[in-house]
Design a protein around this ligand. Structure first.
Ligand code: PLP
Length: 459
């Protein structure tokens, strides 16, 4: 179906944006100085269009989420049909509706192993909050209420609610709102390029895992509830740990009886070429948080996957787990998620990412390694990064402009027709899983051109 292109009064929208709208995670002074936000009016496949008529290749899949690409009529139809039948009902009154029940079973079949149940929420942050509350509740039920501490990593991103920011390791976010809440410990991240440059990857993995064990011993293993980590850190700068990291982390958690939690909000639903990121690393978490790719961003929905032994505790001990949201198990959002999973399966997007487009992106990014501003390119599945440095082949940054190179190159990329993110001195990309080889070629050639244009600005 072709959707008619609607005409918008962009100047008026930008005026209203400034007059009344506070965009998320934004520098409001900067937006005001630019005369308002860029208005994105429509999208198709892997391309977004702005109000000025620019076509921009969406190298970020929206915000790491539009896995099946834009313009999927069957998702719109799933929402339409469900809204007519039953737009909303809750799960508070010992009630459920068909879509979330079916979706829970479907997700359970994808998670596999002992992850048999899911708890629904609307956002990734809420899925993480559910982890936070359920882990502590579980340990209370188990008769170990002192197990309250969460171990996380610096530079992790686990969302923007109080628990999400606290578990996350973003210092700038901690500084706003007097966070983290008590009971969260942060340790080093497995960022080989930034914190172990030149080190043997496996030795570095052992060192990063050891930091977790050291902290557990410092605070007392009997006080630790859980370790939480993104299989690949997304918003931290696409930090892909060496392969030996996660198995070591799992072994440490098992050694001390600590819950292992994987935050799959970005890595889930095919991003790393497996249904979930932890499948790639071969570990078995006790809980996972997921969102984004679950509905490909078409409607807000998230879920927390929960292992059998935690569910058994809830069932055996009974009593209310007094946690949940108005929109937990939202039938329309769940119906869209089910249709989205149908698309991912039917089009083989997980396998395609693993066997075709993921390796293709890795090879394409690697062609940038000869650029004088590139220190490293890396990717896993369809998530990747380019490190911008002063001297090629090193991790030396532009000293007087540390942290500025990413935004400079990002702005040039957008001007050249590609949406990517600049995180400090790193350019990251996370395109829709439907991206074609030709679009990957374009993505990489726009990054190269933008790096060329950035040289005189940065040097
Ligand atoms: N966890 C991870 C790993 C994320 O990347 C994000 C968002 O980017 C979140 C949690 C928070 O999700 P949301 O923005 O939907 O609350």
């Amino acid at each position: 179906m072709t959707v008619p292109i609607r005409n918008h009064d962009i100047a008026e929208l930008r005026r209203l944006d400034l007059a009344h709208h506070l965009p998320a995670q934004a520098d409001h002074r900067l937006i005001a100085s630019l005369g308002g936000s860029r208005i994105i009016t429509r999208a198709e496949g892997s391309t977004i269009f702005d109000g000025e008529g620019n076509a921009i290749l969406d190298g970020m899949a929206g915000l790491w989420c539009v896995n099946v690409g834009y313009g999927r009529e069957e998702l719109a139809k799933a929402a339409y049909d469900q809204m007519l039948e039953l737009p909303y009902y809750n799960t508070f009154f010992r009630t459920a509706t068909p879509p979330p029940v079916k979706l829970a079973a479907r997700i359970a079949s994808k998670m596999g192993g002992h992850l048999s149940h899911v708890f629904f929420n609307s956002s990734g942050s809420e899925a993480v909050d559910t982890v936070f509350r359920l882990a502590r509740h579980y340990w209370k039920l188990k008769g170990q209420p002192q197990r309250r501490i969460f171990i996380s990593r610096w530079n992790a991103y686990h969302g923007s609610t109080v628990a999400g920011v606290s578990l996350g390791g973003m210092k700038a976010m901690h500084a706003q709102g007097d966070l983290p809440v008590p009971g969260v410990e942060h340790v080093m991240q497995p960022y080989l390029f930034g914190e172990g440059f030149g080190e043997d990857p496996d030795a570095f993995a052992a060192r990063a895992a050891q930091a977790i064990e050291d902290r557990i011993l410092e605070v007392g293993p009997e006080n630790v509830a859980a370790f939480i980590g993104e299989p690949v850190q997304g918003a931290g700068g696409v930090i892909i740990p060496p392969e030996g990291y996660w198995p070591r982390v799992e072994a440490i958690c098992r050694k001390y009886g600590i819950l292992l939690v994987c935050d799959e909000v970005i890595c889930g639903f095919g991003r790393l070429g497996q249904w979930f990121g932890h499948h790639h690393y071969g570990v078995k978490p006790d809980m996972i948080s997921m969102a984004k790719g679950l509905s490909s961003g078409y409607l807000p929905i998230s879920a927390t996957g929960v292992a059998d032994h935690i569910v058994a505790e809830l069932r055996e001990k009974g009593g209310d787990f007094v946690h949940g949201y108005t929109y937990s198990g939202h039938p329309t959002a769940a119906a869209v998620a089910l249709a989205n999973l149908d698309i991912i399966e039917r089009e083989g997007l997980v396998e395609r990412t693993r066997e075709d487009t993921g390796p293709y992106l890795a090879r394409a990014l690697a062609t940038l390694n000869d650029h004088p501003l590139v220190g490293e390119t890396r990717s896993l599945g369809l998530i990747g990064a380019v490190e911008i440095v002063r001297e090629p082949g090193t991790n030396k940054r532009f000293l007087d402009k540390e942290g500025e190179a990413g935004p400079v190159v990002r702005d040039l990329c957008i001007r050249n027709g590609l949406m990517v993110r600049g995180i400090r001195d790193t350019i990251v990309c996370c395109p829709p899983l439907i991206i074609t080889h030709a679009e990957i070629d374009r993505l990489v050639s726009i990054i190269r051109r933008s790096l060329d244009e950035a040289e005189p600005i940065l040097r």
